[in-house]
Design a protein around this ligand. Sequence first.
Ligand code: PEP
Length: 251
Amino acid sequence: MRKNIVAGNWKMNKTLQEGVELAKGVEAALNERTPNCDVIIGTPFIHLATIAATVDTKKLGVSAENCADKVSGAYTGEVSAAMVASTGAEYVILGHSERRAYYGETAEILKEKVLLALANNLKVIFCIGEVLEEREAGKEFDVVKAQIEESLFNLSAEDWSKIILAYEPVWAIGTGKTATAEQAQEMHAFIRKTVAEKYGEEVAEATSILYGGSCKPSNAKELFANKDVDGGLIGGASLDVEQFMGIVDAF
Ligand code: PEP
């Protein structure tokens, strides 16, 4: 059976000290309950080693928010998948719409990043989603299908056990505008069908598909109640222990 997952994406927020406090706060809150989902925090690179050494990563997974598309070498400022793995982080978020839009990450670049992440035993939280103009033009299904095909359909069925998908309609990210439960379920079912057509029902049924985009304690329950919505990728609300736990508790 596929896992339910709530994953935070801190983006470029929190100093190291603030990040360690937040991670400890999330861990303490998790120790007070038995969550019905896996819980992951996605932190800036420089926080990873300290946080992975501070928390029990079996209870609270640690994720990078990106990794390089090259193995190693003269790429000043880049961080490789091997470096991420060496910190004790188990996951990496790839293909976030902010990386695609602001840092020119193409499907080809993302394909390389995914391969390197998997080669270094990282699990990949792979983000897909349409911008508003694409939805208004009725192209959201084509866009999402192409994003999956172009960066992930070179993988083997075995590789897919390390892929978590996150459907994040770009118009809902950080805008306070959430997709309705119906819109989320419709797209998630389409994504699962797309995976099933290529890899078969077994792989598709085992793939966790998270929703992301202004997910909050007040709407998480309604979103997660849908058959094909297996949790959330949480931006803003992951920066506050109470808000984040409110979403974890939605399961
Ligand atoms: C995100 O950036 O992955 C995200 C879902 O952000 P927010 O929850 O703030 O919309």
